[in-house]
Design a binder for this molecule. Structure first.
Ligand code: BJW
Ligand code: ZN
Length: 249
């Protein structure tokens, strides 16, 4: 893209606000990791399917009860793909913002850990993290690095209970405090970026609505329109790794 076209994509209002703002919230979804090679869940007219199971089925609270080994197998498969992937320009740009704004909150629905790999600190993870496990019985948390890969279902070192991936499946509550922290950041932000999410999963999708209700300027970054587009002040249609680096401060 020629530089003039790039800059024309971003309104004067946003350029000025980006320079002046102190309190900024970034909400990300699977699309922010797409350029790293992480498949998105929706889009392209197809849902992700594994061994004939749509992800809403295999990634559900009901499946934990029905077939825990299958859930582990599914997340092991996902981790084997993720381990080879690296953060992209969208992750590194967002990480650079934390030193440029006095109050930057990064809220992600992603479980891939790529924001942290890019250097983001204190990421609010709404849907958990695929690199952690937790115990059903005593809630102890483990890094996957510390667990044996030989067992179909790893056991807790503390109480012997079954471990599960520390991710939020459909029909489960979010981690205690995560949504509250995100909602609090939404309430105080002046500028809110919504990057690479279809914004169909709640309560994550309500965060921009909270920010809007408190007068924030909403900017969506996505190659496709979403159900949030009409709520936004500005829609930057393009890939996150190409669009976000155009914002300079
Ligand atoms: C690019 C790009 C590029 C491409 N650059 N962009 C209210 C109404 C109806 C239902 C509910 C409701 N409130 C709650 C519910 C139930 C449910 C829900 O929301 N269902 C909806 C589908 C209707 N929510 C829940 O169950 C949540 N829990 C909850 O609410 O607890 C309270 C409760 C409990 C019990 C009963 C009732 C209430 C938990 C939701 C957990 C979601 N978990 C998942 C799976 C995680 C594990 C796994 O990975 O397998 O999280 S689902 C999946 O969707 C994953 C994602 O984090 C999440 C969001 O997806 P995301 O990130 O938006 O990705 P996509 O693929 O949808 O979109 C990608 C976007 O990127 C697209 O727009 C592309 O265009 C774009 N893109 N390339 C920028 N280069
Ligand atoms: Zn335990």
């Amino acid at each position: 893209m020629p530089p003039a076209v790039e800059q024309a994509m971003i309104s004067k209002t946003l350029r000025e606000l980006f320079l002046a703002a102190n309190r900024v919230l970034v909400l990300t979804g699977a699309g922010v990791s797409a350029e790293s090679g992480v498949p998105t869940f929706r889009g392209g007219g197809q849902s992700a399917v594994w061994k004939g199971l749509p992800f809403e089925v295999i990634s559900s609270a009901a499946m934990l009860e029905r077939d825990l080994p299958a859930v582990w197998e599914w997340f092991n498969y996902r981790r084997n793909l993720l381990v080879q992937l690296r953060p992209n320009a969208a992750h590194t740009t967002i990480a650079s913002w934390q030193d440029r704004f006095s109050d930057l909150s990064l809220v992600t629905q992603n479980i891939d850990g790529l924001h942290q790999a890019a250097g983001s600190r204190d990421v609010i993870e709404l849907h958990g993290n695929v690199w952690r496990a937790r115990c059903f019985d005593c809630d102890a948390r483990y890094s996957l690095d510390d667990l044996s890969r030989d067992e179909a279902v790893p056991s807790c070192f503390d109480c012997g209970g079954n471990l599960r991936p520390d991710v939020v499946l459909f029909g489960e509550m979010l981690p205690p405090g995560a949504f509250e922290r995100a909602a609090d950041a939404a309430q105080r932000c002046e500028l809110c970026f919504i990057v690479g999410t279809s914004a169909v999963v709640y309560p994550a999708a309500s965060i921009p609505e909270i920010a809007r209700g408190n007068g924030a300027y909403l900017v969506e970054v996505n190659p496709e329109r979403t159900q949030l587009s009409d709520l936004c002040d500005e829609v930057l249609m393009g890939k996150a790794g190409e669009v976000l680096p155009l914002l300079r401060r």
